[in-house]
Design a protein around this ligand. Structure first.
Ligand code: TXA
Ligand code: MG
Length: 324
């Protein structure tokens, strides 16, 4: 069973234990501001293979590599003025930039899936201190079994992967709650590969240009995390619900009353005050809790699509998609 260390009470011990496990080539549960990551040395092929084994990921997707600083990022990818402007505006924070990889970067091909680009992000909070102490980038997908809901607490990670990894750092609930926004920089064009913790509108304001959205259906998959069914709870998900049926659990938003509520198995409000950032932070935890009620289905009311609502709706759509 994984050792759990509370980073607030024992930060030095947490960093020392993390550096030691990472140096031995093991993945660890690492809190970031978005979700908990399953983090391993991005330069060590065995460590990266262990990430895939631990998650039960069916195949090798490119992983996001996490850095402590922009300076560290520049050793692994080529930044132009536009990508540097975005990094300076949003790092540390929930933005991943897909950039041309530097040929001499020691990040292993297994982390970048042999592509000539690399996904880099500089997380906010304690993860940065761990990366700085380790001195090398950390590849880190979300710390959950492949296809399941991403973890936003150390307890989520322990329940899912605790038997498979040596260490989980406990940083409390993840503040953002959805994964990072992924943007691919292609010359002066910016492509939104995944909506996430930074609202697309904020990026567009800094970049002074629109983000190119993924084409609807039939497009080639650029970010494999964009595969349709993902984040799946056990119960069926029913979106844009106007009413809830007996036997169903309800996830609603902004305190809005929903027909049939009194007979729902359980009712969760993502943000009674209608704050999308609070809703994003609660989303995965409430999906897990709604699922744990044993409800036949989880009915979810319509959530606004602006700002962080874009990422929330993206994750809900994936959770509701037909399962493979
Ligand atoms: O918030 C997050 O981003 C979390 C936390 C742990 O940092 N991490 C995360 O990583 O969501 P992961 O590995 O689950 O998601 C990686 C996504 C995948 O969809 C992958 O295809 C895409 O990033 N990606 C990574 N490198 C890429 C590249 N070079 N080109 C295109 N997509 C890339
Ligand atoms: Mg994931």
């Amino acid at each position: 069973m994984a050792r759990l260390i509370d980073i607030e009470n024992r930060p030095d011990e947490a960093i020392a234990a993390a550096v030691s496990a990472l140096a031995d080539g093991f993945p660890i549960g690492l809190p970031t501001e978005t979700v908990y990551g399953l983090a391993a040395d991005a330069t060590n092929p065995q460590a990266i293979t262990r990430i895939y084994e631990t998650k039960g990921r069916p195949r090798f997707n490119p992983l996001i590599c996490h850095v402590a600083t922009l300076e560290m990022a520049e050793r692994h990818a080529a930044f132009d003025p536009l990508s540097r402007r975005l990094a300076e505006a949003f790092w540390p924070g929930p933005l991943t930039l897909v950039l041309p990889r530097r040929p001499k970067s020691p990040i292993h091909d297994l982390a970048s899936a042999g592509l000539d680009t690399i996904g880099l992000r500089c997380p906010r909070g304690f993860a940065g201190a761990v990366i700085a102490a380790f001195g090398r980038p950390l590849a880190a997908p979300s710390a959950n079994t492949s296809g399941k809901i991403s973890p936003t607490s150390a307890a989520h990670v322990a329940a899912d992967l605790g038997e498979k990894i040596p260490l989980i750092l406990d940083g409390g609930p993840a503040g953002v709650g959805v994964e990072s926004t992924i943007v691919k920089v292609e010359g002066d064009r910016l492509r939104l590969l995944r909506p996430g913790g930074v609202a697309a509108e904020e990026i567009e304001a800094v970049a002074g240009r629109p983000l190119i959205r993924p084409a609807a259906s039939g497009a080639t998959i650029e970010a494999p995390g964009m595969l349709a069914s993902h984040y799946a709870p056990g119960a069926a998900m029913r979106l844009d619900a106007a009413a809830v049926s007996p036997g169903e659990a309800l996830i609603r938003f902004a305190g809005a009353a929903v027909a049939g509520e009194a007979d729902a198995v359980a009712v969760f409000d993502l943000s009674p005050s209608g704050d999308l950032a609070e809703a994003a932070a609660n989303l995965f935890d409430f999906m897990k809790k709604a699922d744990a009620t044993g409800a036949t289905a989880i009915a979810v009311t319509a959530i606004p699509r602006t700002g962080l609502g874009e990422a929330i709706n993206d994750r809900l759509a994936r959770a509701a998609a037909p399962r493979p």
